[in-house]
Ligand binder design. Structure first.
Ligand code: HEM
Length: 128
């Protein structure tokens, strides 16, 4: 029997949907993140739902609909500083807490998200 994907181990589609629903209100309330996102967050939530499904080893829903993720390229229009990456991760940690993603699944998923978030950084902090 095949080893189960992270996607399956955290609870599949239902868990991903709840995670996305817990994450974006925090993004929209965060002073460093909110200005980057459109007022209508619904299309972003849908893309993230498709993306996280495949990122965690579920069906390749994002690529089927939108092609190769090219995540860093898709983020280049937005100034992603180290502190914004940190903010994104803190919103995600809170969302994972809310949804109850724990244990080894939490560790594995978190490690992958940290790497990916750091990979998105494309702008240094503003001089002040
Ligand atoms: C899209 C910000 C990290 C996945 C976006 C958008 C912004 C953004 C502003 C575009 C919203 C729009 O459509 O107008 C950030 C910031 C990050 C970050 C500040 C901090 C590091 C990540 C990470 C992932 C991710 C770590 C995946 C694990 C996505 C996806 C989209 C997206 C899938 C939709 C791409 C598309 O247009 O198809 N993000 N993001 N982002 N982000 Fe991020």
């Amino acid at each position: 029997t095949e080893p189960k994907s992270l996607y399956e181990r955290i609870g599949g589609a239902d868990t991903i949907a709840r995670l996305v629903a817990a994450f974006y209100p925090r993004v929209q309330a965060h002073p460093l993140l909110a200005p980057l996102f459109p007022e209508d967050i619904t299309p972003v939530m849908e893309k993230q739902r498709l993306f996280l499904t495949q990122f965690l080893g579920g069906p390749p829903l994002y690529s089927q609909k939108h092609g190769h993720p090219m995540l860093r390229a898709r983020h280049l229009p937005f100034p992603i500083t180290p502190s914004r990456a940190q903010a994104w991760l803190s919103c995600m940690a809170e969302a994972m807490d809310e949804v109850g993603i724990t244990g080894p699944e939490r560790e594995e998923m978190w490690g992958r998200l940290v790497i990916t978030a750091h990979h998105m950084i494309n702008t240094q902090e503003e001089a002040r």
